[in-house]
Design a protein around this ligand. Structure first.
Ligand SMILES: [Zn+2]
Length: 116
């Protein structure tokens, strides 16, 4: 995969990451405004939008996706993006375009991933 294509994927991954964090942030704010009605202002002090804190509100599915995105971004930085974690071969471009954060090639991917 060319550098330019990887940069494009990188942008997409970053956008998706922001999307997830944004959705979680909204969820957290909703939760807090509900809690604030009952407990008062104490929570304001504890309020913060650090990523670690947000993860508390995230669903398992989103959490896994976020992990995979972070992982893919790191791989791009380390110049080992698009390599299968099991067999070490290159993952096909088509697969990477469909699932930019794929960790395994078509041969090694788990059966459960077949629908993607
Ligand atoms: Zn493989």
């Amino acid at each position: 995969m060319r550098k330019r294509e990887i940069q494009k994927i990188r942008k997409e991954l970053e956008a998706e990451k922001l999307d997830i964090l944004d959705a979680v942030k909204r969820l957290k704010e909703k939760e807090e405004s509900y809690l604030n009605d009952e407990v008062g202002d104490d929570l304001d002090k504890a309020a913060g939008n650090s990523q670690r804190e947000l993860l508390f509100y995230i669903s398992d599915h989103d959490h896994q996706r976020l992990d995979a995105i972070e992982d893919a971004l790191q791989k791009i930085d380390e110049d080992r993006f698009g390599v299968c974690e099991t067999c070490g071969k290159k993952i096909s471009n088509n697969r990477l375009i469909a699932i930019p954060y794929a960790r395994l090639c078509m041969k090694c991917k788990p059966e459960a991933e077949n629908n993607s």
